[in-house]
Design a protein around this ligand. Structure first.
Ligand code: ARG
Length: 460
């Protein structure tokens, strides 16, 4: 098949090169965006007096026809035509003859490709933001039902201090909210039109780029044609936002995988979201969570891939930039799947409250015993040491904190009185943390109300 650019060449493209350089196998994902911008471009060409109204009309009709064929799966994509842009243009020329050859006036694939990508990303960021919101809502619903569940918070994966389970769920809601903000912020920079920048220097037809932007729903124009054709920053930052969201999903997965183990037994995962072992009949494996965790590697890989591709390119367009698409599409697909999977898990999660609270006592309460002494005037460092000795003593005796007698306590410090035993309840200790953002019941309720309001769940 003859290439649109074959004029200056005296031999056919090497088969291998054709295969190696093609992008149609993946950039056809942008086909509908490409047609959308073709139509806007045609209208702008008409406004500039480059096309007559009749010509523009005929081209647009033919493009609509091609769109239908693509949507109906009837379009025949040709590798020899390299990419999505040339496939569609060649088909237009096939249908309209010379008139079709006018479509690419005042345009280059260099400004065309990022216009497609930006249209695509605007839509996909919208879907991701929606999925993030749904996930946050699931977390808020879980929080609503778990204010009274106390479990040990872990630091270094060692039992640390009692917290309310709702506080934990709201912490992830917070992380996913920041992720959402990052996508929204990224969206602002994606929402700029590159078309009309030409190959690098701008266009020598009087194209009204503001008009094109309006037709395509872009908020702004990319202001510099060299930057417009060289830039893939918007993809890099999008992939970063995906990577970070993936990291949060991965951590949450990790917690739940650990919590679902027999050793912890803090949660039960729904059967329908788990898989069995081909050899060990007793197994119920959290594969969905493991894959959400595992796929984070891809999200990181895609980010590193684009950053590496961009580094050291001479200004402006280079074919290296074609390598931006597979990581982009892969991250969109991967993250969407992970967000949906996590929401399913959260919606089916069963909390085993008893297991949690039974681990939230004993030495998890000891910080507050130290603070008990502090309130009686002992410097914190000293109180820390004294209560540390109590822990050592109890470990040696094989006793729990709750089993210690006042007499034993007094042998460590005369300041201990009967009222210290009030501290031996996880719930009481949790409620002492009344600082803004802390785990006391009042604070958790306050945070929950804020979250519900922000998510539009106030009626809950
Ligand atoms: N398929 C190309 C890409 O994705 C489109 C732009 C090609 N421009 C060029 N001058 N070869 O980057």
């Amino acid at each position: 098949m003859e290439k649109p650019w074959s004029g200056r060449f005296s031999e056919e493209t090497d088969e291998f090169v054709e295969e190696f350089t093609e992008s149609i196998s993946f950039d056809r994902e942008l086909a509908l965006e490409d047609i959308e911008q073709d139509i806007a471009h045609v209208k702008t060409l008409q406004k500039a007096g480059v096309l007559t109204e009749e010509e523009a009309q005929r081209i647009i009709e033919a493009l609509e026809g091609i769109r239908k064929d693509i949507e109906g799966g009837r379009f025949e994509w040709r590798r020899s035509l390299e990419d999505v842009h040339m496939n569609i243009e060649a088909e237009l020329i096939k249908r309209l003859g010379d008139l079709g050859g006018k479509l690419h006036t005042g345009r280059s694939r260099n400004d065309q490709i990022t216009t497609d990508e930006r249209l695509y990303l605007k839509r996909e960021i919208g879907s991701l933001i929606h999925l993030l919101k749904e996930l946050r809502k699931s977390l808020v619903r879980l929080a609503q039902n778990t204010v009274d569940v106390v479990l040990p918070a872990y630091t270094h994966l060692q039992r640390a201090q009692p917290i309310r389970l709702a506080h934990y769920f709201l912490s992830f809601r917070e992380a996913f909210l920041k992720d959402t903000e990052r996508f929204l912020d990224c969206y602002r920079r994606v929402d700029e039109l590159t078309l009309g920048s030409g190959a690098v220097a701008g266009v020598d037809f009087p194209l009204d780029r503001h008009h094109t932007a309006e037709l395509l729903g872009f908020n702004k124009l990319v202001r510099n044609s060299v930057y417009a054709t060289a830039d893939r920053d918007f993809i890099a930052e999008f992939l970063f936002a995906c990577a970070l969201t993936g990291m949060h999903l991965s951590r949450l997965s990790e917690d739940l995988i650990i919590w679902a183990s027999e050793e912890f037994g803090y949660v039960d995962l729904p059967d329908k979201l788990c898989t069995g072992s081909s050899i060990m009949p007793q197994k119920k494996n959290p594969d969905l969570l493991e894959l959400i965790r595992g796929k984070t590697g891809r999200l990181y890989g895609n980010l590193i891939s684009i950053l590496t591709t961009l580094k050291g390119l001479p200004t402006a367009y280079n074919r290296d930039l074609q390598e931006d698409k597979e990581p982009l599409f892969d991250s969109v697909r991967t993250l969407k799947g992970s967000l949906i999977g996590m929401r399913k898990i959260l919606e089916g999660l069963k909390v085993r409250e008893q297991r949690m609270v039974s681990n939230a006592g004993n030495f998890v309460l000891i910080t507050d015993v130290a603070n008990y002494l502090v309130q009686k005037g002992v410097p914190f460092r000293k109180a820390h040491h004294v209560t540390g000795s109590i822990v050592g003593y109890l470990i040696e005796k094989g006793k729990r904190l709750e089993e210690i007698t006042l007499q034993e306590l007094k042998s460590f410090s005369e300041l201990f009185e009967e009222d210290v035993f009030e501290l031996f309840k996880p719930e009481v200790v949790a409620d002492r943390r009344k600082t803004y953002g802390g785990t006391s019941k009042e604070e958790v309720f306050r945070m929950l109300e804020v979250a519900k309001r922000e998510e539009g769940l106030s009626q809950m």
